[in-house]
Ligand binder design. Structure first.
Ligand SMILES: Cc1ncc(COP(=O)(O)O)c(C=O)c1O
Length: 459
């Protein structure tokens, strides 16, 4: 499903450090990895926050370093430098020519979303016509569920993770209520086995096999927001569809992070936000996918004028000519400022490929994992000294760039101390600290510096 490393990241790191005549924990290895990194020039496309500008910094503790260690791309990606210029272009256009901006420029406002959608297709592995850029993520999830979830007396359930992101949980709950269904009976939630943190693919497939006849829609995340687990989307899709279910994914933590082939996998529908790994800014323009096989059969439940075919949209005849597929789901005219920010970001992605990003990502996250295990693996530390458990799957094919750490000491104090020293990451209840080295703008040396700071905090 993803770039399959024939050798593990740990083996690569050990081999390289032996060749360099150093230990894998030495700074020399990080510097070498950065020097060899073919994507390192892309970091210059982003504004990297400066230590001095972070509100969390304690100047008496932060190092002489200028740049913060930003490991929070899983929550909010960094700002591409071109965003400001692109926003200014549209603001200037508006100031200078008012409504004429609808039709002219690089992003005519009427078709702004359509101008940039081509840049998204390789990121999600879909045809342009299968993608719409619109709304926010949860709004898109609702619009898709309104069309794909058509319960019958025998097929009336939605399968999702027990620890799905709250917004997805509420979306499903409210969709069931909209149909007058009993939430307890209709919301089928799968949780990890007792004592385990992540779901086993075999358990997901077994549940689909057992309960599939009563399931109308399977909704999974691509990458789980808390654990960082990458689900086997092709197998879940195949198994669900074999039982007659529609299968959809929330790709908030997967898009721009792992390789996706939505079309080839035959996924029925998907949606994602663009402010995490796609770096479009908080509340950025979200995306939705509907497979072309449904283009003429699955129709929007709620229609607006931007779902009407462009050719005749402005005839104002009030006779709907619905654009086939997901583009018929667009309701309002596209928000020009959000289109501009996303445009700037997608252009950076299109300087490389998801497969090149993923290759770097596997090694970068593998390096972080290696160093954490080296210093804080349970078997490595003396009894009584703090340890760190990585709850994210250790196999690179079962995760994206995020690692979730659970500490043997109170997580909140570790988190606070990291923040004071210029590490930007986040903590999530109940006990995890999420770290996401992003291949577009994080370096191996960032990971090395993070570990030095962690060591100074965990003494
Ligand atoms: C997995 C997942 N789903 C849904 C959401 C909600 O997104 P939005 O506020 O853009 O609707 C988030 C936000 O972080 C998320 O991580």
């Amino acid at each position: 499903m993803t770039t399959s490393p024939s050798v593990t990241p740990a083996a690569i790191l050990e081999r390289l450090s032996a060749r360099l005549g150093c230990l894998p924990t030495d700074e020399k290895l990080a510097l070498y990895l950065d020097q060899e990194d073919e994507l390192r020039h892309l970091q210059a496309c982003f504004h990297i926050p400066q230590m001095k500008d972070l509100p969390s910094i304690d100047p008496s503790l932060s190092t002489a370093e200028d740049k913060a260690i930003y490991l929070l791309g899983n929550s909010l990606g960094l700002q591409p430098k071109k965003v400001k210029a692109y926003l200014e272009e549209e603001l200037d256009k508006w100031a200078k020519m008012g409504a004429f901006g609808h039709e002219v420029g690089r992003r005519p406002w009427i078709t702004g979303d359509e101008c940039i959608v081509g840049l998204m297709k390789d990121i999600v592995g879909a045809d342009e016509k299968e993608i719409a850029l619109m709304n926010g993520l949860t709004v898109n999830l609702h619009l898709l569920l309104l069309s794909f979830f058509k319960p019958t007396p025998t097929r009336y359930r939605i399968l999702l993770e027990a620890k799905a992101f709250p917004s997805d949980h509420y979306a499903v709950e409210s969709q069931l209520q909209l149909h007058g269904l009993d939430v307890q009976k209709s919301m089928l939630m799968i949780k990890p086995r007792e004592g385990e943190e992540t779901l086993r693919t075999e358990d997901i497939l077994a549940l689909i096999e057992k309960e599939g006849d009563s399931i109308a829609v399977i909704l999974f995340s691509g990458v789980q927001f808390y654990t960082g687990q990458l689900f086997d989307m092709p197998r879940i899709t195949k198994a669900g569809q074999a039982k007659g279910c529609f299968v959809g994914f929330d790709l908030a933590h997967a898009v721009g992070n792992v390789e996706l082939r939505l079309h080839d996998w035959g996924v029925d529908f998907a949606c994602w936000c663009s402010y995490k790994y796609l770096n479009s800014g908080a509340g950025g323009l979200a995306g939705a996918f509907i497979h072309e096989k449904h283009a003429r059969t699955v129709k929007p439940a709620l229609v607006g004028w931007f779902g009407h075919d462009l050719e005749t949209r402005f005839k104002m005849e009030n006779k709907l000519q619905l654009t086939p597929g997901v583009n018929g789901f667009r309701i309002s005219n596209p928000p020009m400022l959000l289109v501009s920010a996303l445009h700037a970001s997608l252009e950076v992605f299109n300087q490389t490929t998801m497969s090149a990003l993923r290759k770097k990502s596997i090694l970068l996250t593998g390096y972080l994992e290696y160093l954490i295990k080296h210093y804080y693996g349970k078997d490595k530390v003396d009894r009584g000294r703090p340890s760190v458990n990585i709850i994210t799957p250790s196999h690179p094919e079962e995760r994206g760039c995020q690692l979730t750490l659970v500490f043997s000491i109170p997580m909140k104090s570790v988190f606070k101390e990291l923040e004071k020293r210029g590490v930007v990451c986040d903590s999530r209840e109940p006990s995890g600290i999420r770290l996401s080295p992003v291949p577009l703008y994080n370096s191996f040396h960032d990971v090395f510096k993070f570990i030095q700071i962690l060591r100074s905090v965990m003494v």
